[in-house]
Design a binder for this molecule. Structure first.
Ligand code: PMP
Length: 460
């Protein structure tokens, strides 16, 4: 270790509480300090280079060294580093990005509200939907439907929508009215002898039964990631989204697509909802919007929602919601440049092509003794490790083997993410055919080394 990294490590363990980290283990191990980025790679403070096969946190579409984004940020810093959008103020980058997003999203989405994170965006969705229903004189229509294993963020409202135990336990969540439905993951939640079509139909019926039990007049919205991400990368089977979208229409429930991971080509289509074949009333995007070079998220919504909000805000004289950084000029300038790069370089089309190669490459691991399921679409995938392939029995405790595989990945020069014992991959959209081959090759090494460890030290 270099003295600098030692001192950084000391400073870190004595000062910082890390997100999604076991704090006591971290005090012993210290941080992995990442110093630089280069294409699809990051380099740590010892000079070790890694393929960032999760794009940071599912977000760096253009890789880690795109100078055009640096230049766009610098130019905007020079011209107008900060201004707000409260009380009718505006500035060019946020106006142009709103217009661009309206152009790029499904036709019915005509209005934009900016935040700095996906969590804030989903909190904004909750508040907008409540505000709208109060404005429409139906104050009882407030509940959300979400799914187990969903990830919608960690603030009080968005964390309530999330359907993962670690985000609720000891945080006193959920704190808003939300009902979580079965996760549409056939491998784990399909019944013995059930087909995928029957599974989809059962889950749609569960949603309808829930709506009828709770009372359609009390359900405001259904929120879902078209392809689920942080819960373990789950692609719902055919018929699921079609059925959910039809229910939302039937019972006057708003359909919210959380595209924070899916958006801008991740699934091989521009939007996950397009890939899954439904049209939302509200679409939430972040991450690949700026390749996470700057914090930014956006809520896109329909003219009907806008009208209800606009009429009511006119009555009371203001729409009392917004952040200091809503539409931040540097963040929106970087977003505009990032979307220009995605379009000019055909990165959505590249993701579709490379996605096919990735999925085909990973599919061959389905026969590996540790692997229960290989799943994904486009440039997002997961491999679920199981203790017993025939019965799908998970390892106990869940996550220990996944954590070992994650560690082996680091040793082999590739950063992945273990979600329990599912190993997630989500490489940058600029990945080439050679990059995808290398990712698949290293994944094979990770699986084999994990199996060896289990047969030896990991057995006890
Ligand atoms: N929604 C989804 C689908 C996400 O994957 C995430 C983050 N992983 C969020 C919302 C929350 O975004 P943020 O971390 O920017 O608050």
């Amino acid at each position: 270790m270099k003295p600098l990294s030692n001192s950084l490590q000391h400073m870190d363990v004595t000062t910082t509480l890390h997100p999604y980290t076991d704090a006591r283990v971290h005090e012993e191990k210290g941080p992995l300090v990442i110093e630089r980025g280069e294409g699809i790679h990051v380099i740590d403070s010892t000079g070790k280079k890694y393929i960032e096969a999760l794009s940071g946190l599912w977000s760096v579409a253009v890789g880690f060294s795109q100078t055009r984004l640096r230049d766009a940020a610098a130019a905007q810093m020079e011209k107008l580093p900060y201004y707000h959008t409260f009380a009718g103020k505006g500035h060019e980058p946020s106006i142009r990005l709103s217009e661009k997003l309206v152009e790029m999203t499904p036709e019915n989405l005509t209005r934009v509200f900016f935040t700095s994170s996906g969590s804030e965006a989903n909190d904004t969705v909750v508040k907008m939907v409540w505000y709208m229903n109060n404005a429409l004189g139906r104050p009882e229509k407030k509940k959300f439907l979400a799914r187990n294993k969903a990830y919608h963020g960690i603030t009080v409202a968005s964390g309530s929508l999330t359907g993962l135990p670690a985000n609720h336990r000891d945080f006193d969540l959920p704190a808003i009215p939300v009902v979580h439905l079965t996760c549409p993951h056939f491998y784990r939640f399909g019944h013995d002898g059930e087909t995928e079509a029957e599974f989809s139909a059962r889950l749609v019926k569960e949603a309808e039964d829930t709506i009828l039990r709770e009372g359609p007049k009390t359900i405001a919205a259904f929120i879902g990631e078209p392809v689920m991400g942080a819960g373990g990368v789950m692609v719902p089977p055919a018929g699921y989204w079609e059925g959910i979208a039809a229910l939302c229409k039937k019972y006057d429930i708003l359909l919210v697509a959380d595209e924070v991971i899916n958006g801008f080509g991740r699934t091989g289509a521009r939007w996950g909802c397009e890939k899954m074949g439904f049209t939302p009333d509200i679409l939430v995007t972040s991450k690949q919007l700026t390749s996470s070079y700057m914090p930014l998220a956006a809520v896109l919504f329909s003219e009907a929602i806008y009208d209800a909000i606009a009429d009511n805000s006119h009555k009371i004289g203001t729409f009392g919601h917004g952040y200091t950084a809503t539409g931040h000029p540097v963040a929106t300038a970087v977003g505009l440049e990032n979307l220009a790069i995605i379009e000019e370089q055909g990165l959505i089309e590249n993701a579709a092509r490379m996605g096919e190669q990735l999925q085909a490459g990973l599919a061959k691991f389905a026969d590996h003794p540790l692997v229960g399921e290989v799943r994904g679409t486009g440039l997002i995938a997961a491999i679920e490790l199981v203790a017993d392939k025939a019965t799908k029995r998970p390892f106990d405790p869940l996550g220990k083997v996944g954590a070992k595989a994650f560690e082996i990945g680091h040793e082999e020069g590739m950063i992945i993410r273990n979600l329990g014992d599912s190993l997630a991959l989500c490489p940058p959209l600029i990945a080439t055919a050679a990059d995808v081959d290398e990712i698949v090759r290293i994944m094979g090494v990770i699986l084999d080394r994990t199996a060896e460890w289990l047969a030896g030290d990991g057995a006890d």
